[in-house]
Ligand binder design. Structure first.
Ligand code: DAK
Length: 257
């Protein structure tokens, strides 16, 4: 089946994937997440491809998992659906993936960017984990990866109080590799990917694997625990209220239960 929510193309030895659901700021619904992961896996298997670039639009890399799709789900439905579980598939990609981020990278969007190997940000990029505002917490590694990237103090502020980072702040705190003007952010990422793709493929793969293991080995258990906490929140009234309030464009009324 042809993709409906992403675009793919090859530029030399680089596979380019563009999230293309502009009406929802690239919110990651089941279909988009599945198309994205299928495309990453296809490029990973393609011998002509040495590296990948993942991007969105100038306005939004991705504004998170699709709140409308998950608002009324139960704990069991969240655990059973392969919907957001496909997020873990990005961790199995062996070739380097560079995120070219402009505009919003929020919630699951920020988590996808952090699951890539490097991030090139446009000057307008904004990173955040706003899940607390809809009554949940990050569920795709955000509590762990963000903390490792920017440190505990800032991660606490971002996750507990919805502090977002500008591109320059993200650079300052080590979340991104470079910040470039908006006209050049995609080319910058493509050039970097092309250079990496020209290097020894097996060594590149081994290097990526080992660098990630510096984090992932201790990370796995924590990610499972985080995911369970995320699922559990679907038994709370506040999760239903938070997501419903977002959909109805009103302020949520928290009950603490
Ligand atoms: N979900 C669904 N629709 C979204 C969306 C989202 N995350 N973000 C934006 N949209 C939709 C809006 O509803 C609106 O649709 P219409 O009303 O036009 O139908 C359209 O996109 C344009 O958005 P706005 O009108 O709101 O645009 P603004 O420029 O005014 O505001 C914004 C942009 C990004 C500040 C705002 O849209 C916003 O606050 N969006 C929600 C951001 C957010 O809360 N993100 C976190 C979602 S929770 C897991 C894996 C992943 C996750 C969890 C678990 N596991 C593996 C277990 C991830 C969770 C999340 O990401």
């Amino acid at each position: 089946m042809p993709n409906e929510m992403i675009l793919t193309e090859t530029r030399g030895r680089v596979g380019l994937i563009t999230l293309n659901r502009p009406q929802a700021l690239n919110a990651l619904n089941n279909q988009l997440a599945r198309e994205l992961m299928d495309a990453l896996e296809a490029f990973d298997k393609d011998d002509h491809i040495g590296a990948m670039v993942l991007t969105g639009s100038e306005k939004a890399f991705a504004a998170g998992a699709d709140i409308k799709e998950m608002a009324n789900k139960s704990v069991q439905q969240m655990m059973d659906g392969d919907s957001i579980a496909v997020f873990s598939r990005i961790l199995t990609i062996r070739k380097p993936v560079i995120a070219a981020v402009s505009g919003y990278a929020l919630g699951g969007g920020c988590e996808v960017a952090m699951s890539c190997d490097m991030i090139i940000a446009s000057e307008s990029a904004r990173f955040g984990q706003p899940e607390i505002t809809i009554g949940v917490i990050p569920g795709a590694g955000g509590t762990q990866r963000l903390t490792r990237a920017v440190g505990k103090a800032l991660a606490m502020e971002m996750i507990l109080n919805n502090r977002t980072l500008s591109a320059q702040e993200a650079l300052q705190f080590g979340l991104v590799n470079r910040v470039v003007p908006i006209e050049r952010f995609l080319d910058e990422a493509l050039n970097l990917a092309e250079e990496i793709a020209s290097r020894a493929p097996l060594a590149i793969r081994a290097a990526k694997k080992m660098i990630n293991q510096a984090y992932e080995r201790m990370l796995t258990d924590a990610i499972h625990a985080e995911r369970q906490e995320f699922y559990n929140l679907f038994s709370t009234e506040d999760q239903k209220e938070g997501m419903q309030a977002f959909i109805e464009k009103r302020k949520p009324e928290w009950k603490g239960k």
